[in-house]
Structure formats: structure tokens, C-alpha cells
Design a binder for this molecule. Structure first.
Ligand SMILES: [Zn+2]
Ligand SMILES: [Zn+2]
Length: 463
């Protein structure tokens, strides 16, 4: 038996690992490569295995860099079950359909250009039908329930505290009387983060695969981060403008709504109109409400379905295009949360057009801004931006709040591994080389951990 690192080794995106045991093949994650166009081309490559020969998939969580190639896997012949947490399944219903919609729209746009050059049309990466077919193979599970998923294979999911329904995957494998336990961290959340429980700890394993996104970094404390957001909103009140917050539709948006509810009085939020302007974020928030059994104790007290109107009475949901256009006409007193989180698409671009040139307005970035995105350009101090061919001056106050990460930092990752009392061999994945290397060095020095950084294609024996 062994595990092979097919994606998400030496990089963050494209998470995909293949476990072989007792004649079975199980895929952990099947994620999309995201980043530069030339890397994303890899999403169109054939899988380095026969999809029809895969017996099952275990999906750690709904983020597209973990789930985004499942529709392709199914189209290529995979017919087995996709095991994941129930809440992850519900989020995937939103996210995979959205990804498919964007694929179809991008291909259409590209093909209009290609037609003018008499080039043959491109197929979308996958379609809505492909996404629907994949979703039919999902099997929703609960945390902490051990179950047999094939000969020599038992699966148990544990809460990873990263986004709703995110899981640490524990696989018990046996072959010819030899038993091994493999633990895959998935993406690990920050201890103390809003809404969700802290990442579950596991005490024993024979091999651990751990993410290392922020292996070289320590986050600013959550308390300080929340205080910072509160202060910006307080100070924005004198500006006679709006506050715009570009946010990822799943995870970050719900964190913000929750923080607003929790600090409603402290931040004098009754003086504002809070608008959530993103159909996808509204749908994802519904899924969060539906799964409040997964909240931590504080969130369960404060943010349940019955109370949601009373804890944030001035929240309005903007669903339709007309509603969104009405929000464009508000000149002051609104806090507008909208997607996409890096301003690369979505309704936030309309709000930027209407607000970013006005001195009294504020922009708060609460998420990672990748190189080359509009969000990154604004954070880096661009004096003007271009939207739909129009040049617009940047006069609004731009704030960057760094501490709201959905990932554990170096200290969090170290402490999660430290709970394994037998100090099992550890392979670092899901990180840029600098950050994985720094974490490996730290773990070797602090814990004498038998750690290595996973290489693309590497096959690690388990027997
Ligand atoms: Zn993730
Ligand atoms: Zn990830």
C-alpha cells in the first residue's frame, strides 16, 4: 500500500493524492489548479491514472482547489462514491455549479474573440451538466463516525475548523494482515476563529500529510484583528461615504456577518445599513445557518436561525441585479459586502466604480490578494484603476486587515502535529516551497520531527 502525491505538492492549489491498498484505489481530493494561465492549462490535462479504475474519492472540503476537478473526473469515467461531510456536500452544490457557470461564460467570451479570428471554438473546462452529474455521486457523512468504504479501508472524518464541513481525513488501511493509519490534515483552520470549532486533534498515525500554506508565518492575533475592523468602521462614520468589503462568498463573508452580530453595539453598527450583495454568498450563508450544529459554543448561542434577524436587524440581502443596482445608488451610510474577494469579477466591481473615487469612502480588504488581481493592485497603492475601459481615480481610504485567515499559521500547524504522541513521519503538502521548507526546518528543530516536503509525483510506501 502507498500514497502518491499527484497535485498540491510544491504548490497550494490542485490538491490530489492517490491511495492504493488491497487492490483498491482511493483519491483524496480532486482540486483545480488556480493561478497563472499557463498553470491553469494543466486542468485540461488527462488524469495520470484511469478515472474509471478509481473506487472512491474522499473530499476534505468544498474549496475549489480541493473539489474543482471532480466534474472532470466523473466525465472521464469515475462512477464511485465521493465521501465528504454533509455540509461540504451542501456547499459543493453551490460552488461546483458556480465554477461550471464561470467556465461556460469564459468559454463563450473567448469563443466570440476566436470567431473573429476564424479560430475553432474552445470547449468550456466543464459544464453545469458535468457538475450536476458529479454532485449525484456525493455521499454526505458526519464527523467522528468510522465506516468501512471498501475492502481493507475504513474512513473517519474530523472537524478541520477551516470552513463549514471541512475535514481532517483519517484512513485505516489494511493489506495482508498489515494495518496502517494515514491522516490527511486537509486545510487546517485557526484556533479561536469565528463560528467554527477548533481543528480536532488526533493522537496517533503511521503517516501524516499536512498542509503548509502559512508554514513560514505567524498571524496577528484574532482579537487585535477584530479590534482593527471595529476601529476602521468607527472612523468611517465621519466620512459621509460607504464602506466596501470585498469578501470570498464562502467562509470570509460568514465570518464578517458573525463578527458584526457579535460587535453590533461595540461598533455602533445600528448607524449603518449592512448589505450583502452576492447571490452566492447569500446561498452559502444559508448553508451555514442550516448546519449550526457545527458551530462552536459561542456562535451557537449568538447566531442561530431564530436570532439572526434580531442580532443583525439592519442586514439586507441583495439577490437580484435590480437590487444590486439600487445599492449602487446609495451614497453614504452603507457597509457593502460583496464578491469576488480579489475584485477579479462579480458585483464588487460595480461598487468600486461608484465608490472608489470618493474621498469619504473606505475599502477594507480582509482576505488574501493574489499577484495580478485588481484587489492586489489597489492594496499595493494604485492611484487609478481601469474598469470596463474607464479609468477611475482611487481616492477612497484603503485598509488591509491581515489576521482573518482561514488557515493555521506556523504555531498552529506545529501544535496540531505535536498532538501525535508517537511523532509519525510527516509529509508537508499544500504550500509554496519557501513556506513548506521553513515549516520543515522549524519542526525538525523544535520537535525532532521526521518531516519531509512532498515532491510532485512522489510515491510514499505505507506497508
Ligand atoms: Zn481550503
Ligand atoms: Zn486549500
Amino acid at each position: 500500500m502507498d500514497i502518491q502525491l499527484l497535485g498540491g505538492a510544491g504548490r497550494v492549489t490542485g490538491s490530489c493524492y492517490l491511495v492504493r491498498v488491497a487492490g483498491q484505489q482511493v483519491l483524496l481530493d480532486c482540486g483545480l489548479i488556480q493561478g497563472l494561465a499557463k498553470d491553469e492549462q494543466g486542468n485540461r490535462d488527462a488524469f495520470p491514472f484511469d478515472p474509471a479504475a478509481i473506487d472512491a474519492v474522499v473530499l476534505s472540503h468544498a474549496h475549489i482547489d480541493h473539489s474543482g476537478r471532480l466534474p472532470l473526473l466523473v466525465r472521464a469515467g469515475f462512477r464511485g462514491p465521493i465521501y465528504t461531510h454533509r455540509a461540504c456536500r451542501d456547499l459543493c452544490r453551490i460552488m461546483l455549479k458556480d465554477a461550471a457557470y464561470l467556465n461556460e461564460r469564459d468559454a463563450e467570451w473567448e469563443n466570440r474573440k476566436r470567431a473573429r479570428r476564424e479560430l475553432p471554438p474552445l470547449e468550456p473546462l466543464y459544464t453545469l451538466d458535468d457538475a450536476r452529474a458529479a454532485l449525484r455521486q456525493f455521499k454526505g457523512l458526519a464527523y467522528g463516525k468510522r465506516q468501512r468504504i471498501g475492502p481493507g479501508l475504513r474512513l473517519c472524518l474530523h472537524d478541520a475548523g477551516h470552513i463549514l464541513g471541512s475535514a481532517i481525513v483519517e484512513l485505516e488501511l489494511s493489506e495482508n494482515g498489515v494495518a496502517r493509519k494515514l491522516v490527511f490534515s486537509g486545510d487546517l483552520g485557526q484556533t479561536g476563529a469565528p463560528i467554527l470549532e477548533d481543528p480536532a486533534v488526533i493522537r496517533e498515525a503511521d503517516l501524516v500529510l499536512m498542509e503548509s500554506t502559512y508554514g513560514d508565518r505567524l498571524h496577528r492575533s484574532l482579537q487585535q484583528t477584530w479590534q482593527e475592523i471595529g476601529e476602521i468602521i468607527e472612523s468611517a462614520r465621519s466620512g459621509k461615504g460607504n464602506v466596501l468589503i470585498p469578501a470570498f462568498a464562502v467562509g470570509r463573508t460568514q465570518d464578517l456577518l458573525y463578527l458584526f452580530a457579535r460587535n453590533f453595539d461595540a461598533w455602533s453598527l445600528d448607524r449603518w445599513q449592512i448589505v450583502l450583495d452576492s447571490p452566492m454568498a447569500i446561498a452559502a450563508t444559508e448553508v451555514y445557518y442550516r448546519h449550526n450544529e457545527l458551530y462552536d459554543a459561542e456562535a451557537r448561542r449568538l447566531w442561530n436561525r431564530d436570532q439572526r434577524k434580531t442580532v443583525l436587524p439592519n442586514l439586507s440581502l441583495s439577490q437580484t441585479t435590480n437590487q444590486s443596482m439600487r445599492v449602487n445608488r446609495i451614497s453614504s451610510g452603507a457597509i457593502i459586502i460583496s464578491a469576488s474577494g480579489m475584485c477579479t469579477g462579480g458585483r464588487i466591481r460595480h461598487h468600486l466604480k461608484h465608490n472608489i473615487w470618493r474621498r469619504g469612502c473606505h475599502l477594507i480588504f480582509v482576505g488574501y490578494q493574489a499577484t495580478g488581481t485588481l484587489g492586489r493592485a489597489i492594496v499595493d497603492g494604485a492611484r487609478e484603476i481601469k474598469l470596463w475601459g474607464e479609468t477611475i481615480k482611487v481616492r477612497a481610504n484603503v485598509h488591509t486587515v491581515g489576521g482573518l485567515s482561514a488557515h493555521a499559521d506556523q504555531a498552529g500547524l506545529t501544535s496540531w502535529y505535536e498532538h501525535f504522541v508517537n511523532r509519525p513521519p510527516l509529509v508537508l503538502v499544500h504550500g509554496e516551497p519557501d513556506s513548506s521548507d521553513a515549516l520543515a526546518k522549524h519542526l525538525r528543530e523544535r520537535l525532532q520531527a521526521p518531516v519531509s516536503v512532498g515532491a510532485p509525483g512522489q510515491r510514499i510506501p505505507l506497508g
